[in-house]
Design a protein around this ligand. Structure first.
Ligand code: ADP
Length: 384
């Protein structure tokens, strides 16, 4: 074989390799093009430097409603609302993409049929080898459903908050106004019982006694309601030392602790962001309950501790009192719900409802683990 024919053979071989490489490149490009065209959840399109549309995929057709033949060659400003176009939002987006390489934007866009959809758009500048911007890649995601769900949930929360504050106001006014006539009944009954003492028969005296007792109880219930509606009016304090609050509570409950001979062990408590007055009431209610629902024939121990978890501080108030049947573990946190008659244990059934509301104010929750006859463990979380 002479040199010439060897050279020709090499040339033919190189040409074959080149053809194969071109074919592979075309296939890769076609695959890529097909892949982009097939994507249905995102509108992926190329635009020239002025924002004129160069290609269209299925996602774009689904989201914006135009077919490729209707839209290719048109300007992307078409997708913006009249208001956005008047304030030059599309131009500003292209400008930012040129300046920063990429820009993101969320807002209402217009479909072919005029309907609006909420879109999240990313526009990325495409550069040539000299670093000049030659066009843009625009990716749009339709977030209308998410946006509407968020909007609905926001409106629902707003409505709930309004209803809640109306209800609190109503409770406050009702309980405040109820106290006045009750005071009159109470003082009139007292006057009758003093001024007519001995002049009425025994049955009348007994009835009067019951009237005064009932008035007294109703007054306690109304006071509980008033306190309940007043909760949460205070300000959040970023640095509340729970140890200091606990000391005050124990000092306030000193005589009850002494009378019941209770032993109260308190471990180191945290400093956290909280409503101090409400936190004091929470501690106070749980300790008073432990004292009230103790076993009369056994030394009462109350152990109080707190530990930090992923959800926030979990507090534990443990006692060895009479315990609670687990069937009632939710019921006891409802307002005016009690498990005993008032002759067995004094109370209004509002203490734990207070606790629940206070813990909710701290974005937490409260629950109880208990074995009847063995004691109860009250837990609550204060989110931090
Ligand atoms: P009250 O103490 O006025 O009855 P609460 O709302 O504080 O109202 O408590 C509701 C009920 O939960 C109580 O009546 C009692 O049956 C039960 N309870 C609360 N704390 C304890 C406790 N530490 N041990 C046993 N039972 C308890």
């Amino acid at each position: 074989m002479n040199r010439r024919s060897a050279l020709r053979k090499r040339l033919q071989h190189t040409e074959r390799e080149l053809r194969a490489a071109r074919l592979e490149l075309k296939q890769t490009r076609d695959n890529y093009q097909n892949m982009v065209e097939e994507v249905k959840d995102y509108a992926i399109l190329l635009m020239d430097i002025d924002g004129n549309i160069l290609n269209w995929n299925k996602g774009a057709e689904k989201i914006k409603g135009y077919t490729a033949s209707e839209i290719i060659g048109k300007n992307f400003r078409l997708f913006y609302t009249a208001r956005d176009r008047a304030s030059l939002v599309p131009e500003q987006l292209l400008h930012s993409a040129v300046k920063d390489g990429r820009v993101q934007h969320e807002g209402w866009r217009v479909r072919k049929d005029g309907a609006l959809f909420w879109s999240n758009v990313t526009i990325t500048a495409i550069h040539n080898r000299d670093g000049q911007v030659t066009g843009f890649l625009k990716i749009t995601h339709d977030l209308t459903d998410k946006r509407l769900a968020e909007e609905n949930s926001r409106l629902y929360t707003e409505k709930l908050e309004i209803k809640n504050s109306e209800l609190e106001q109503f409770t406050y006014i009702a309980s405040h106004d109820l106290q006045e006539p009750l005071r009159s009944i109470s003082s009139l009954a007292e006057m009758i019982s003093e001024q007519y003492h001995g002049k009425l028969d025994e049955t009348a005296d007994t009835y009067l006694h019951f009237i005064l007792q009932s008035v007294n109880r109703m007054s306690q219930l109304i006071k509980g309601l008033l306190d309940y509606s007043r909760l949460g009016k205070a300000k959040l304090d970023p640095q509340v030392d729970c140890n200091v609050i606990m000391e005050t509570v124990l000092a306030d409950l000193q005589s009850a602790i002494k009378d019941s001979n209770a032993i109260i062990n308190v471990k180191q408590l945290p400093v956290l962001s909280a409503y101090p007055m409400e936190l004091k009431l929470l501690f106070q209610n749980l300790i008073s309950n432990a004292i009230k629902f103790r076993k009369k024939d056994q030394q009462l121990y109350v152990n109080i501790s707190a530990c930090l978890t992923d959800d926030g501080w979990i507090f534990q108030f443990q006692d060895n009192g009479i315990g609670i049947d687990q069937r009632f573990s939710d019921k006891i946190f409802e307002i005016f719900q009690r498990l005993h008659s008032k002759s067995a244990y004094e109370g209004t059934g509002i203490g734990l409802a207070h606790c629940k509301k206070i813990v909710a104010m701290h974005n937490g929750r409260i629950w109880v683990d208990s074995i009847p006859g063995e004691g109860s463990k009250f837990y609550f979380i204060i989110s931090v």
